[in-house]
Design a protein around this ligand. Sequence first.
Ligand SMILES: Cc1cc2nc3c(=O)[nH]c(=O)nc-3n(C[C@H](O)[C@H](O)[C@H](O)COP(=O)(O)O)c2cc1C
Length: 322
Amino acid sequence: MESKNQPGIYFAPLQESTDFVYRRAHALHFGGIDKYFSPYLLVQKDGGIKKSHLRDTLPENCTGYTLVPQIMAGNSRDFLFLAKHLSELGYEEINWNLGCPYPMVTGKGMGSGLLPQPGRIREILDQSLPQLSCRISVKLRAGLISNDEIQQVIPVLNDYPVSEVIFHPRIAKQLYNGSPDWELFAKVSGLIKHPLVYNGDIFSPEDFSRAQVKFKTVSAWMIGRGMLKNPFLATELKGVQLPGREERIAVLERFHGEIFGSYASLLSGQSHLITRMTKFWEYFCFLFPDPHKAFKRVKKSVSQSKYEMAVSENFLQLRSGE
Ligand SMILES: Cc1cc2nc3c(=O)[nH]c(=O)nc-3n(C[C@H](O)[C@H](O)[C@H](O)COP(=O)(O)O)c2cc1C
């Protein structure tokens, strides 16, 4: 994905943040992203897929950018069910989540819960890949409990035609604490035979330059929280000249307006709308001079009109730089 001059940048999947509303608005107002990844789809207890997950990956809701839907599966039956569903919708690449660190998922032998079981990963790939015509990429962590686990997983991945491996060099137990293990990433990059994508803690052009110097052979860079905090980041990293300050603020305002408008028509009731927008502001607030204050102002609004006032106040402060 990395062209001669421009690095390939992927927008990481983030549950409750990068849904179809957010992705569409981001692609429209900022761009710079080569692939967006959806938060994971899962087979429900009743054997079906949640309505909200179906809506999130419905092709007509995901136009104007390249989407790679992500699946969560701990056995080949679920894997095939989800991958076939998405493949039939026309998706040419599907990403398998082997990284989710949360016990609700790992306890069921999914996400990074599969990393200590390389035999099981092999079984799932063995039984699933021959039945699929789409590309399968994998997103994984260093391990569930220990970063020794990745060493057993790499040979398994190397045995299968996986299209890309996205590696976040932390173990599940760390969640997002501590630093990504850059030494481990370098080691993995020498062992894996598939295109390797770096993921973890890129928040600024400086972070990116440091990582680029260290890892010369990565095929692309996946960024999550850094993109939510600064939606211009991908274009910045690609060396595209950003508009002037006034225009940047106007873009942010239109972006916010678009997301707010979409949720206002999708969600019923002011409290749902404000809860959803408060989630958006958890990261968006970092663009404002006093992030904590900007976030608090939004969080305490009890009605749509109060919310709109809080947002106007935030943008007023952003314009005046206070
Ligand atoms: C709130 C939140 C939700 C996430 N949801 C997903 C998800 O659905 N699938 C996934 O593979 N990773 C998920 N992640 C992990 C991110 O995709 C990414 O790997 C992680 O944030 C590290 O990248 P970053 O440092 O650039 O943010 C989530 C992370 C956070 C903080």
